[in-house]
Ligand binder design. Structure first.
Ligand SMILES: [Ca+2]
Length: 479
């Protein structure tokens, strides 16, 4: 006969096992990191070998990095409003930095609301929406004032392209506090699952960061991005108007300081990368490291002279491609690389999908959970980017097709021409014609007129004045 104590021990062990099996899985938290004006100059994408982003590369290696991820709009305000609301610019009418998204996106629409309705604590800091139009009531808690960045004493750059090294510490920029808010939240106790939205301002201009980040990119070793002086020759008038070669680019050429600007952008990227490293380290050291998903995205790309263009505000690869990294415990595997074309409308429905929250019916994007589990899974949808009313770019793995409001078009073979130097819209090649036909099927309809204009598209009384003010606001492009 077995000893009763042995049987008791076995029973106890069995009940412990059953208890473990029955224990519900921990709810999934989310660390949502937005990076302002971060284009594809990150180490792991290998678009620009000069960039130094060890922390972004480290984060990317933990999960799935997307190599073809694109913004819904190549401008801060509409990109963010679309991502956060689930409504594309062509649905909301939010196209410009001067369009107040709050007038057309009710508070029951955003991602933050969906999470709060599901019982999540939603905390935030830094730039999530365009700062001109805050709606802090969407959060349970928000870092109200990260302070102000120090300003350079002397030279501030070339015209509107603002850059200068600072003789200060990392801690002296507001980024430090924005990230510290996230670190404090990760170190604190939480009785509910959380969604933490942390928005970095850099590498948005001004590219004023501590001098050591400039020193990481010595001027005598800076190379200009690949470009062709005659690149706009085969671009239709609508595209040339977006490039505005007589603006920033003409000023930059006249100044002879193009390399300095490249150096400064790389410095600002490296500074943002260092701050992201602090956040990633804090998560790894926290009690939540095994049940917190991370999504990191840049709000759009940035031209630094390619196509004689500077800034975002265009529909080419440089302006529309931005980093997208996902790390999801229990789903993504380290080292995942996804080459499928996705746009950032996918972020909202993927987050609700991962967290078991119903995706509201108005959300236009599709969940990419299947791609996170298997980055090589089939995916037929091209990425769609909209810039201003009626202008769209569609990106498949092999091609970019641009269709402007007035009917102008561009078509690029991305495998043969990754810098989009040769517009193939007039080509009679079967491949080009088939690519155009396939992508044009995904063009959205005419879309909603811009916020501030009547449904007929005719400007309301006083709209011209309003438009001029909005244009000015967009130029200022306040971070
Ligand atoms: Ca060209």
């Amino acid at each position: 006969m077995r000893s009763p104590s042995l049987i008791l021990t076995a029973l106890l062990a069995l009940s412990a096992l059953t208890a473990a099996a029955a224990e519900p899985p921990k709810p999934l938290n989310v660390l949502f990191i937005a990076v302002d004006d971060l284009n594809h100059w990150v180490g792991y994408l290998n678009r620009n070998h000069q960039t130094v982003t060890p922390n972004l590369d480290r984060l990317a290696a933990k999960g799935v990095r997307f190599t073809r991820s694109y913004c819904a709009a190549p401008v801060c305000n509409p990109s963010r409003a679309a991502l956060m609301s689930g409504l594309r610019p062509s649905t909301s009418g939010v196209y410009e930095n001067g369009d107040d998204w709050r007038t057309v996106i009710p508070a029951d629409r955003p991602l933050t609301t969906a999470f709060r309705n599901a019982g999540y604590f939603v905390g935030g800091s830094g730039k999530i929406y365009h700062e001109a139009y805050p709606r802090r009531g969407e959060w349970d808690d928000y870092l109200e004032d990260p302070g102000r960045d120090p300003l350079p004493a002397g030279d501030t750059g070339v015209g509107g392209i603002k850059f200068a090294p600072l003789d200060c510490r990392d801690e002296d920029l507001r980024e430090w506090k924005v990230v510290q808010y996230g670190i404090d939240q990760l170190n604190g106790p939480h009785d509910r699952p959380f969604l933490l939205t942390i928005g970095l301002f850099k590498p948005h201009m001004p590219w004023n960061v501590p001098r050591k980040y400039f020193d990481m990119h010595p001027l005598d070793r800076i190379e200009l991005p690949p470009h062709r002086e005659d690149d706009l020759k085969d671009v239709p008038p609508s595209g040339v108007r977006m490039a505005k070669p007589g603006g920033d680019h003409a000023a930059m050429l006249a100044s002879g300081r193009w390399k300095e600007a490249v150096q400064a952008y790389l410095a600002a990227v490296s500074y943002a990368d260092a701050m992201i490293g602090r956040l990633v380290d804090a998560l790894d050291a926290s009690a939540y490291k095994d049940n917190t998903a991370v999504v990191l995205w840049g709000d759009h790309g940035w031209h630094l002279g390619e196509k004689s263009h500077w800034r975002k505000f265009a529909l080419w690869e440089e302006a529309t491609r931005a980093p997208l990294i996902w790390v999801v415990p229990g789903l993504t595997r380290p080292g995942g690389v996804c080459d499928r074309t996705v746009d950032f409308m996918s972020i909202y429905p993927t987050l609700t999908d991962l967290c078991g929250i119903p995706t509201p019916a108005h959300v236009e994007g599709k969940s990419i959970k299947a791609l996170l589990a298997d980055p090589s899974a089939a995916w037929e949808t091209p990425a769609l980017t909209t810039y201003r009313f009626g202008n769209h770019a569609l990106r498949s793995e092999g091609w970019r097709y641009i269709h402007y409001l007035n009917g102008d078009e561009e078509l690029y073979d991305e495998s043969a021409d990754p810098y989009e130097w040769t517009n193939l819209i007039g080509s009679t090649s079967a491949a080009a014609r088939s690519a155009r036909a396939g992508l044009s099927k995904f063009l959205p309809g005419p879309g909603k007129p811009p916020v501030g204009e009547s449904a007929s598209g005719t400007p309301k009384k006083g709209a011209a004045k309003k438009k001029a003010a909005a244009k000015k606001a967009a130029r200022i492009d306040r971070p």
